[in-house]
Ligand binder design. Structure first.
Ligand code: VGL
Ligand code: ZN
Length: 242
């Protein structure tokens, strides 16, 4: 008798878990894991040579995201990559301004602009996506920052906050309502893309151990605060069932 009742409970819970999985990504109660579904997309932000150790705007441990991203990408049918893609003499380069050095902040028409070392110049080796990224099923590559006078950290919208990339419409047309963000750098392109994903109405996760930050003048802590305020959820790659 007791045994039967116990079984009933167990089957009941098992049924609930299966039901939740139909509406994935659901937090499966057992180990609180998240399973990507057909309406989920992985976004791989700017894993490009310039941002890897030895690159012109190297992110500390930037290369360490690659095996993590390759592993979780196996669980996604929908993968979007982004590629920082600047003109020579781009306005975000310190070298384009007299008397400025990398990591200085200047005022431009649309607000504050951090100045960077030259990086990710169109069609250069540094702008190529890291060769060790192995995601053959990636569906779309969004290039950004390709207009000389406007920077673009976000994959959705340029820094002037006017020019749309079309990515929100792409997700809408493809029935994607949930995105998982990975890549470089946590505090710039990942964070801005994550906040804009929320503005586009998407459920948004940032996979913390699949990202690394630049962390200049407290930018990493600020980025996490901004993301949390926007409703972005921080997870680890081990929270995913892939
Ligand atoms: C990025 C600074 C300048 C990034 C791009 O990918 O986070 N950061 N350009
Ligand atoms: Zn850039």
């Amino acid at each position: 008798m007791i045994d039967l009742q116990r079984r009933g409970v167990i089957f009941g819970l098992a049924g609930l878990a299966a039901g939740q999985a139909l509406f994935a990504p659901a937090r499966l109660f057992a180990a609180d894991k998240i399973k990507p579904s057909a309406s989920s997309a992985l976004i791989v932000v700017d894993v490009q040579n310039c941002f890897l150790p030895g690159g012109s705007l190297a992110v500390k441990e930037g290369d360490q995201v690659i095996p993590v991203i390759n592993r979780i990408a196996k669980g996604f049918d929908n993968v979007v990559m982004t590629q920082d893609w600047h003109t020579p003499n781009h306005m975000s380069f310190a070298s384009s301004h007299a008397n400025q050095k990398p990591f200085d902040v200047i005022k431009v028409a649309y607000g504050d602009q951090v100045l960077w070392p030259d990086h990710c110049v169109q069609d250069t080796e540094g702008a190529q996506i890291a060769k060790d990224i192995k995601i053959p099923q990636a569906n779309l590559i969004i290039r950004k920052g390709f207009r000389k006078d406007v920077d673009s950290y976000s994959a959705f919208m340029e820094a002037d906050r006017k020019t749309n990339s079309g990515l929100a419409s792409y997700f809408k047309e493809r029935g994607i309502d949930t995105v998982f963000l990975t890549g470089l750098a946590t505090d710039f392109c990942v964070a801005w893309t994550a906040v804009d994903a929320r503005h586009a109405g998407l459920t948004t996760y940032v996979v913390e151990d699949a990202c690394r930050g630049i962390d200049v003048n407290g930018s990493l802590a600020k980025a996490w605060a901004d993301m949390t305020a926007a409703g972005v959820q921080k997870i680890q790659s081990t929270d995913l069932v892939v």
